[in-house]
Ligand binder design. Structure first.
Ligand code: GRF
Length: 209
């Protein structure tokens, strides 16, 4: 792609602090990702990540759903589709977006919506995954980037990174170690998907050189 051609455009959906969003924006600025974050959307009007995105010069706004608290569907999802399409987004990254994404958003971006989850899926899906792992007593946890389907954290796995659970860990210290790894992993996974250098066979996503 020549320098004159438009950059690939990413949309990010958040509900909270947006640290993974920042790591993706920074990856586009450093050149790690040959893409730009075109739009950040939040379902929570006061999400701190919105202001962080604006401070970084990225268009960011809330679209607060009218219905349901834990899923995004129907007219509410269509408003997200309209905003993302208008911004020319080709890949949507969920980054702490606290709703299960349903149609019409899912169908509008087939195999083009990613999520990051703070455990080694399929262990510990859902909320408070780091605390679940710590309480269970596993010796290793980590993070997962996966395609989004209409299940809770159940889409095909793209990349995972392992993080040790130390004897002296608290749920908080484990969460912090996993989060640092999330910030490294998400840009790598986005780069892989943007490169197209992967194939999907059933649930298996394999990168090729
Ligand atoms: C991260 O742990 C992510 O894996 C999970 O929600 C958290 C979001 O954190 N889905 P942040 O908003 O990116 O800081």
């Amino acid at each position: 792609m020549s320098a004159q051609q438009a950059k690939r455009r990413i949309g990010i959906l958040i509900s909270g602090r947006g640290s993974n969003m920042v790591s993706l924006i920074e990856a586009t600025r450093s050149g790690q990702l040959d893409a730009e974050v075109a739009l950040v959307l939040s379902d929570v009007a006061e999400a701190p990540g919105l202001q962080k995105a604006q401070e970084l010069g990225v268009e960011a706004r809330a679209i607060v759903p009218q219905r349901f608290r834990t899923k995004l569907t129907g007219d509410d999802a269509q408003r997200y589709v309209d905003a993302l399409k208008e911004a020319g987004v080709e890949l949507v990254c969920l980054a702490g977006f606290m709703r299960v994404v349903k149609d019409p958003l899912l169908g509008a971006f087939p195999s083009r919506i990613l999520n990051i989850h703070p455990s080694l899926l399929p262990s510990f899906p859902g909320l408070h995954a780091q605390e679940q792992a710590w309480s269970y007593g596993v010796k290793q946890s980590g993070c997962t980037v996966h395609f989004v389907d209409d299940t809770l954290d159940g889409g095909a796995i793209i990349l995972q990174r392992v993080v040790p659970v130390l004897d002296e860990d608290t749920a908080e210290s484990l969460s912090a170690r996993i989060l640092a790894e999330e910030h490294r992993l998400y840009p790598v996974a986005v780069g892989l998907i943007l490169s197209g250098r992967y194939k999907v066979a059933g649930r298996r996503v394999a990168a090729f050189a």
